[in-house]
Design a protein around this ligand. Structure first.
Ligand SMILES: NC(=O)C1=CN([C@@H]2O[C@H](COP(=O)(O)OP(=O)(O)OC[C@H]3O[C@@H](n4cnc5c(N)ncnc54)[C@H](OP(=O)(O)O)[C@@H]3O)[C@@H](O)[C@H]2O)C=CC1
Ligand SMILES: O=C(O)CCC(=O)C(=O)O
Length: 476
C-alpha cells in the first residue's frame, strides 16, 4: 500500500483502494491508502504546528528545497510521465510534457522565493513611513482534479511553500499515483516534517474535513462547478480565503480570412488532445460562412484519421477517457446532441482496443446552435461542436454567450479582428492563432464568470492568493 504522508511520516490506513489503468482496466497500478477524518485532522494539525518555523525560514532555504524538487521531477520525467499516462490516460508524449511543466513550475517558484519584495513609501503624515509587506497565510488546503495530476498540484503546492505556508494536499481519487510520487519527492528534497502533508481518499471525507477544520486558513480548489460551489459555501461560512478554478465551454472562432490548415490544427489540438479532458478545451468551434465548408471538410478528415488507443502506445494520438463514469457522461452528451438535432460528422463511437479500456473516438458535431445543451454544458471529453455564424460580430457575440469565461481563441489573419476579439472577449485567457488549451507556466491563469473565483493562479500573480498583505506605519 502507498501510504499517506503526515507530519513527515508515512502512515498506512485500514482501508486502501486499487488504482487502475484506463487503457487497460486489468492493469492494477497500486494500492493507495484512504484516509479517514482522524488522519486528515492529524495532517491539518501537523501542518498548523509547522507554520511558525517554515514561515521564518530564509528565502535561500526554501529556494534550495523547491529547486531540488524541480531537479528530481525533471530527472524522473520518463518514469513519472509513464505513471501519469498509465493512471490518467493522456498519451505518453503528453504525460512527459506535463511532468516537465511541473518541474518548471517548481523551478519558477524556487526563483520567486528570492524575488519577494515589499514597498517602502512616505506617509502623508510628517515623520512617518509606510511599509507594505507580504506574509504567509498559514495552512493551505489544496484540493485538485484528475485531469492534470502533476501540473495542477504543482502550481498550487509550489507557490504555497514559496510564500511560507504549509500544505494539506488532497488529490483526486482517480490519480493518487502522481500525488504520491510528488509527496515522495518533496520529502526527499528536505521539506521539514509537517510542512507538506498528503492525504489520499474520498472527497466527501478528506475534502470535507479540510473544509470544516478550524485551522485551515485558505483553500485552493480546481474541479467541477458543483463541488466548487460546495467548497465556496464552506469557506465563506468559515471566513476563509478561497480560490476556485472550474469548468469551461471555450469558443474557438474561425474567420473567413484564417489560415485554414492552422485553424484545423488548432481545433484538433484544442478540442481533442488530452482526450478533450481540459478545462481549456475548445468545445465550441464558431465558424463564419465563407470558410465553413472547407473547414468542416478538412476537420472531419483529420478527426477520422486520429488514432485512438493505449496511452503508452507511441502511435496513439488520443488516449482513453479517464474513467467509466466520465465515459458515461461523454456518451450521454453525444446522445443529447443527436437528440437536439446535432449532426455527428465524425466519431462518437467506442473503439475496441487491444485491452479493456475506455476508448472513445473523438466526436465532431456540426449543425449545432449555441442554445443546445451540447454548447451550454461542459462535457469534459473528446466532444466538440461546430456553430455556423454570418460574420465576426455574430462570432464574438456567440463566443461571449456562455455562463463560462475561462479561455477563448480566434483564428484570423486580420489584425483588426484579432485586436477587437482580444479586447471584447469575456474570458480570462485569450489565444490568437493558437489552440485554446496549453498555457504557459509563468503567467497568470484563470477565468471569469462561472469558471473561476478569487485571485489568479500561476506566475507572480499567485502571490495574491498565497500571501497576505501587511501595511505598517512607522514613526522614527
Ligand atoms: N478551471 C480549471 O483550471 C480546471 C477545471 N477542471 C474541472 O474539473 C472537473 C473534472 O475534475 P473532477 O476531479 O471530476 O472534479 P470534481 O469536482 O469531482 O473533484 C475535484 C476534487 O474535489 C474533490 N471533492 C469531491 N467532493 C468533495 C467534497 N464534498 N468536499 C471537498 N472536496 C471534494 C474530489 O475528490 P474525489 O476525487 O475523491 O471525488 C477531487 O479531489 C471538470 O468540471 C473540469 O472543468 C479541471 C481542471 C482544471
Ligand atoms: O490547457 C492547459 O494548459 C491547462 C488546462 C488546465 O488547467 C486544465 O484543463 O485543467
Amino acid at each position: 500500500m502507498k501510504p499517506l504522508l503526515i507530519d513527515g511520516a508515512w502512515v498506512t490506513t485500514a482501508h486502501a483502494e486499487e488504482n487502475r489503468n484506463p487503457s487497460n482496466t486489468n492493469d492494477v497500478i497500486d494500492l493507495y491508502a484512504h484516509a479517514g477524518r482522524a488522519e486528515t485532522q492529524a495532517a491539518i494539525e501537523a501542518a498548523a504546528r509547522a507554520v511558525p518555523a517554515w514561515a521564518s525560514t530564509t528565502p535561500q532555504f526554501r529556494f534550495d528545497i523547491l529547486n531540488r524538487v524541480a531537479d528530481q521531477v525533471i530527472g524522473r520525467k520518463t518514469e513519472i510521465g509513464t505513471l501519469l499516462s498509465r493512471e490518467e490516460g493522456k498519451t505518453l508524449r503528453e504525460g512527459i510534457a506535463e511532468t516537465e511543466r511541473a518541474a518548471n513550475i517548481f523551478r519558477f517558484f524556487a526563483g520567486e522565493c528570492l524575488r519577494q519584495a515589499g514597498e517602502l513609501l512616505p506617509s502623508v503624515r510628517p515623520g512617518v513611513s509606510v511599509e507594505v509587506t507580504r506574509e504567509p497565510l498559514g495552512v493551505i488546503g489544496i484540493i485538485t482534479p484528475w485531469n492534470f495530476p502533476m501540473a495542477i498540484p504543482s502550481w498550487k503546492i509550489a507557490p504555497a511553500l514559496c510564500y511560507g505556508n504549509t500544505v494539506v494536499f488532497k488529490p483526486a481519487e482517480l490519480v493518487p499515483g502522481c500525488a504520491w510520487v510528488l509527496a515522495d519527492i518533496l520529502q526527499s528534497a528536505g521539506v521539514p516534517k509537517g510542512v507538506f502533508n498528503l492525504v489520499t481518499g474520498q472527497g466527501s471525507v478528506v475534502g470535507n474535513t479540510i473544509l470544516e477544520a478550524e485551522n485551515v486558513e485558505a483553500v485552493t480548489f480546481t474541479g467541477s462547478q458543483g463541488v466548487g460551489s460546495h467548497v465556496a459555501q464552506a469557506c465563506i461560512r468559515h471566513m476563509r480565503k478561497l480560490q476556485l478554478e472550474m469548468g469551461g465551454k471555450n469558443p474557438l472562432v474561425v474567420l473567413d480570412d484564417a489560415d485554414l490548415d492552422l485553424a484545423v490544427d488548432c481545433a484538433v489540438d484544442g478540442a481533442f488532445y488530452s482526450t478533450g479532458q481540459r478545462c481549456t478545451a475548445s468545445s465550441r468551434l464558431i465558424v463564419t460562412e465563407g470558410i465553413y465548408g472547407r473547414f468542416i471538410e478538412k476537420l472531419t478528415e483529420r478527426c477520422r484519421a486520429l488514432k485512438v488507443g493505449d496511452a503508452l502506445d507511441a502511435e496513439t494520438d488520443i488516449g482513453p477517457v479517464a474513467s467509466a463514469a466520465q465515459l458515461e457522461t461523454d456518451l450521454k452528451y453525444i446522445e443529447i446532441a443527436r437528440a437536439q438535432g446535432g449532426n455527428l460528422r465524425a466519431g462518437g463511437d467506442l473503439v475496441k482496443g487491444s485491452n479493456e479500456g475506455y476508448f472513445l473516438r473523438p466526436a465532431l458535431f456540426t449543425d449545432t446552435t449555441n442554445d443546445m445543451r451540447i454548447n451550454r454544458e461542459e462535457v469534459f471529453g473528446p466532444v466538440a461542436s461546430v456553430i455556423r455564424v454570418r460574420d465576426f460580430e455574430e462570432a464574438l457575440a456567440t463566443a461571449n454567450d456562455t455562463e463560462f469565461g475561462l479561455c477563448s481563441g480566434i483564428m484570423t489573419t486580420s489584425l483588426r479582428y484579432a485586436s477587437q476579439f482580444r479586447k471584447e472577449s469575456r474570458a480570462g485567457v485569450v489565444m490568437v492563432n493558437l489552440p485554446t488549451a496549453g498555457v504557459d507556466y509563468h503567467v497568470p491563469f484563470g477565468g471569469r464568470k462561472s469558471s473561476s473565483y478569487g485571485p489568479r493562479e500561476q506566475g507572480r500573480y499567485a502571490a495574491e492568493f498565497f500571501s497576505t498583505v501587511k501595511t505598517s506605519y512607522i514613526r522614527a
